[in-house]
Design a protein around this ligand. Structure first.
Ligand code: EPZ
Length: 417
């Protein structure tokens, strides 16, 4: 088990360089299966989810070459194989092998995907879409078998704008016969990045980033090339950190447009924030105003930044309301924040955060990725020493977090216990 020790209350200043987006990279890596030949992905974040997906590509006999942030995937010796329970369960995004293998091989055998414990996380919308394309879905205990003689393009309406289902159905349909139209598709920036990768392989896709995506099936795809877009959630987490304890903290290599829901809230709260072309400069201010936040699908306030944002709300002067609408269980960090001195009352999917609270370091445990990131922000703001257990959750999605924060003046260490 890994533990993070933070000595808090040091002003953070300097530059934090944002890496490639986790939620894009975790789809781009499996998507490579669809190409015949060698594909290249650059700006790949150095996170444990990347390694878990590379392990699965190796089970499928792909040749991998990872050189810093550049990943080359050679599928010329691809052999379809069972993705065992241990590998399927390591992360949520293992489910992208469903769409990619179904599209390429018309056969997939894998177990229920894992991931953060933030809700029930059903995949019924993905499976219904695969069935609409002509696949048969067999479930045996925890195992899925998906198979088809051929996949035929069709109109698919998603009953929720699911990111995962939108991506999985793009993956499954690029090699299908005829045209697939995904209605009520998710519009996240990551979807455009993934569509661009498939287009670089020769796929025919229009409308990614809107509610209607049209995919005209092609017979074959060649090797592709893509740069992973900047991680708006990593960026958002560090921007909030700047509002908590930064002095001219510069968050670099970002696309400010992807962060507008967050930055407009920060402006409403009275933060000292300057938005430039590809970076944001932020410093803490004494009198933050409280606010109300409701998470929504893109371009609304991102659920993945909600937990870090709740730490900032503990420092505002007054009562804020925070409502989560995507996941049923995104309040796992609240008992730890309250142990550190916050005043947060949870009722169902809403929390009432009464600020300002003086946070004090103590021993806490990360229960999930973004909840863990929230505890890091709280620890860096608090007086005294904070010890965070189960840091593995955080390392799934924040690359080189210890180095990035140390560089701007944080006193932070990760140790194996
Ligand atoms: C992606 O999850 C992200 N994960 C999540 O990031 C993110 O919170 C989420 O999108 C929303 O933005 C990855 O990209 C790997 P959804 P995903 O399908 O695709 C329900 C993080 O912290 N639903 O858009 O799994 C579902 O239960 C992670 O980085 C169904 O009911 O999310 C949820 O309530 C966590 N049936 C809602 O839709 C389905 O078949 C949104 O899920 C699929 C989803």
């Amino acid at each position: 088990m890994k533990q993070m020790i933070i000595e808090g209350n040091h002003i953070l200043t300097g530059d934090i360089l944002i890496g490639g987006a986790k939620n894009s990279a975790v789809a781009l890596i499996p998507a490579s299966i669809l190409a015949n030949g060698i594909s290249t992905i650059t700006n790949v974040p150095n996170i444990s989810d990347r390694d878990a997906l590379i392990d699965i590509l190796e089970i499928l006999n792909c040749k991998i070459n990872l050189n810093n942030d550049e990943l080359k995937i050679d599928t010329s010796s691809l052999k379809n194989a069972l993705i065992d329970e241990e590998h399927s369960k390591k992360l949520r995004a293992s489910y992208y092998f469903m769409g990619a293998l179904l599209g390429k091989e018309k056969y997939v055998e894998m177990y229920i995907p894992g991931g953060c414990n933030i809700g029930a996380r059903p995949i019924d919308i993905h499976l219904d879409g695969f069935k609409a394309l002509g696949a048969q879905v067999i479930t045996e205990n925890n195992k899925y078998i998906l198979k088809a003689d051929k996949l035929i393009g069709t109109d698919i309406y998603l009953r929720f704008q699911s990111v995962g289902a939108t991506v999985n159905l793009m993956l499954a349909s690029v090699l299908a016969e005829g045209t697939t139209i995904i209605h009520n598709a998710a519009k996240e920036a990551e979807i455009i990045n993934i569509a661009d990768y498939l287009i670089s392989m020769g796929a025919q896709i229009t409308g990614a980033g809107t509610e209607t995506i049209t995919i005209s099936g092609v017979k074959k795809l060649h090797g592709g090339h893509i740069q992973v877009l900047p991680d708006r959630i990593e960026a958002g987490t560090y921007i909030i950190l700047g509002a908590l304890i930064g002095q001219n903290l510069k968050i670099k290599n970002i696309i400010p447009k992807h962060l507008e829901a967050l930055t407009s809230k920060l402006k409403d709260m009275g933060s000292n924030i300057k938005i430039n072309k590809d970076n944001i400069l932020i410093s803490r201010v004494a009198n933050l105003k409280p606010t109300n936040i409701k998470t929504l699908v893109y371009p609304g306030f991102p659920t993945d930044i909600g937990q870090p944002m709740s730490v900032l709300l503990t420092q505002a002067n007054g009562t804020s309301l925070f409502e989560e609408t995507i996941w049923e269980n995104r309040m796992g960090h609240v008992p730890s924040l309250n142990k550190m001195g916050a005043n947060i009352k949870v009722k169902g999917l809403t929390s009432m955060i009464i600020g300002p609270s003086q946070l004090k370091g103590c021993e806490v445990t990360a229960t999930d990725l973004r909840g863990g990131a929230a505890l890091v922000l709280a620890g860096l703001t608090a007086s005294g020493t904070t010890t965070i257990n189960d840091v593995e959750h955080i390392l799934r999605g924040y690359e080189n977090i210890e180095e990035k924060l140390t560089q701007v003046g944080a006193k932070i260490k990760i140790k194996e216990i």
